[in-house]
Design a protein around this ligand. Structure first.
Ligand SMILES: [Zn+2]
Length: 170
């Protein structure tokens, strides 16, 4: 089998997942669910989606990053079956940076922060700061990849928003 074709097939499939997630309605839609299903990935529970919608990780469009990650993991898994026959594919898979890919996706779906928003935030800054103090204690751990807060009461071993396993104490 042509090694270069394997590598380009892999990249094409990842790009397709990326694009399909991006084209989805905010928080996922039927088309995205069907796409995920072809990889055997189930959507987030509605209760988890609601929690994310109410979190500080705002999205303007597209499926949630963690769902894209789950699809990409399946794609990597699928191509891994061919690595013994292809050093090039093996190299492509080991250099594939899942956290970076998911973060790149998040950059594309988060709301655009224009100048108007900056000025708006400046005027409400004091109020924000004082209300922030009350919640500060609960939010001590953040995802290293996307910055999502991990609440103590959430018993997840990976970030609910982007799926990264990297956390740091802020
Ligand atoms: Zn994260």
């Amino acid at each position: 089998m042509d090694e270069n074709k394997l590598v380009s097939d892999f990249n094409t499939e990842i790009d397709m997942a990326f694009r399909t997630a991006w084209q989805s309605d905010r928080g996922g839609d039927d088309q995205w669910n069907v796409f995920m299903n072809t990889y055997g990935v189930t959507p987030l529970l509605q209760s988890d989606k609601d929690m994310l919608f109410n979190s500080e990780m705002k999205i303007a469009r597209g499926a949630f990053p963690i769902e894209l990650r789950r699809v990409c993991e399946k794609i990597v898994e699928k191509y891994r079956a061919n690595v013994s026959a292809s050093p090039k594919l093996s190299a492509a898979l080991s250099s594939f940076d899942m956290d970076a890919k998911v973060k790149e996706y998040y950059q594309k779906i988060k709301p655009f922060a224009g100048l108007g928003d900056i000025f708006k935030n400046a005027s409400t800054g004091t109020q924000k700061y004082s209300s922030g103090l009350q919640t500060e204690k609960q939010i001590t751990i953040r995802c290293k990849n996307c910055g999502a807060p991990r609440l103590e009461e959430m018993q997840y071993d990976s970030c609910l928003f982007c799926g990264s396993k990297l956390f740091e104490t802020a």
